[in-house]
Ligand binder design. Structure first.
Ligand code: CAA
Length: 298
């Protein structure tokens, strides 16, 4: 099945990264968001990230111009999705919002369209049940930063047609990514394994076993992780980490997934990591150096 026209819903970090990668690989992309300002911001970020690739020599100036010309934006949901062969939903990680979007997609998208969600933890089977075409609904979970990370975790809902999975696997390869197929259970694979590690790192800090920098350095130098788990939690967003742990905890009913009280407190206090300027580290405008947040300094 030819997938030429791609619509990405949601112009946040994941949405702009996904749009970037499709456009760079020659697809016609419509990025949809209700907020025109957010769309403008997303285009500026894509342009900046393309410049980064040009300056590294991994992309030519002509390819950058071509990529941008493959991209269009739209604030009208109906217009934005009507011509799409594939829709990738990358809206905020909120179940009510996602169910509403998929209900609308079911009405507005072409009958032949594949409906994918970039959800990091919401059940694909549940999302598919909001539509009358569960066979065409699938998870396409990209990792942040999308232009850099090679993985696409492909999640089969209970009723996803095998032909849809095959199409999405082939498409992911066309994007230069490595697809891995998983079944739809809480946290899928990526977050079922990643989040307990992050939670354990937060518990280690909470119990006073080691300081922020030691915990992260042990995992960076000892396990060759590009970021330590506490820095990664700040990068992902502490609110997102908490919500995924809650999905794991509720989904399996196993206390091993219970979120650390320190994580809960930080989210309640609005210390969500990079996006709010403070988490385990503090992110001062213009400063490139990573600094442990005052709260956790010795
Ligand atoms: N767009 C394009 N290129 C980018 C980019 C972006 N947004 N961000 C970084 N890059 C490129 C840089 O240009 C650089 O390219 P070269 O290798 O060609 O030089 C490369 O990526 C590395 O970037 P930097 O040198 O700026 O910084 P770094 O070496 O510290 O790497 C990082 C940054 C890639 C983010 C690295 O720290 C990393 O891999 N961190 C872990 C990321 C991770 O685990 N992501 C998954 C999070 S979980 C998730 O997304 C899903 C979920 O459900 C929670």
């Amino acid at each position: 099945m030819a997938l030429d026209n791609i619509t990405v819903i949601g112009a946040g970090t994941m949405g702009n990264g996904i749009a970037h990668v499709f456009a760079q690989n020659g697809f016609t992309v419509t990025l949809v968001d209700v907020n025109a300002g957010q769309l403008e911001k997303a285009l500026a970020i894509i342009s900046k990230n393309l410049d980064r690739q040009v300056s590294k020599g991994t992309l030519t100036e002509e390819q950058k111009i071509q990529t941008l010309s493959n991209l269009d934006t739209q604030t009208d949901f109906g217009i934005g999705v009507s011509n799409a062969d594939l829709i990738v939903e990358a809206a905020t990680e909120n179940i009510e919002l996602k169910l509403k979007i998929f209900k609308q997609l079911d009405e507005a998208a072409k009958v032949s369209a594949i409906l994918a969600s970039n959800t990091s933890s919401i059940s694909i089977t549940k999302i598919a049940a909001a539509t009358k075409r569960p066979g065409s609904v699938i998870g396409m979970h990209f990792m942040n930063p999308v232009p850099v990370m090679k993985l696409v975790e492909i999640i089969n809902g209970y009723g996803t047609d095998s032909s849809v999975t095959e199409t999405i696997v082939a498409l992911s390869k066309q994007l230069g990514k490595v697809p891995c197929i998983v079944n739809d259970y809480p946290g899928f694979i990526a977050n079922r394994i990643l989040m307990p590690m992050i939670n354990e790192a937060i518990y280690s800090l909470y119990e006073g076993i080691a300081e922020v920098e030691s915990i992260d350095t042990i995992m960076k130098l000892g396990m060759a992780h590009p970021m330590g788990p506490l820095q990664l939690a700040d990068f992902i967003g502490l609110d997102v980490c908490l919500s995924i742990l809650q999905v794991l905890h509720a989904g399996f009913g196993n206390p091993k997934y219970a979120p650390c009280p320190l994580l809960v407190n930080m989210v309640t206090a609005g210390k969500l990591g990079i996006k709010t300027g403070e988490g385990f580290y503090q992110y001062l405008p213009g400063s490139k150096e990573l600094q442990v947040s005052d709260r956790f300094k010795k």
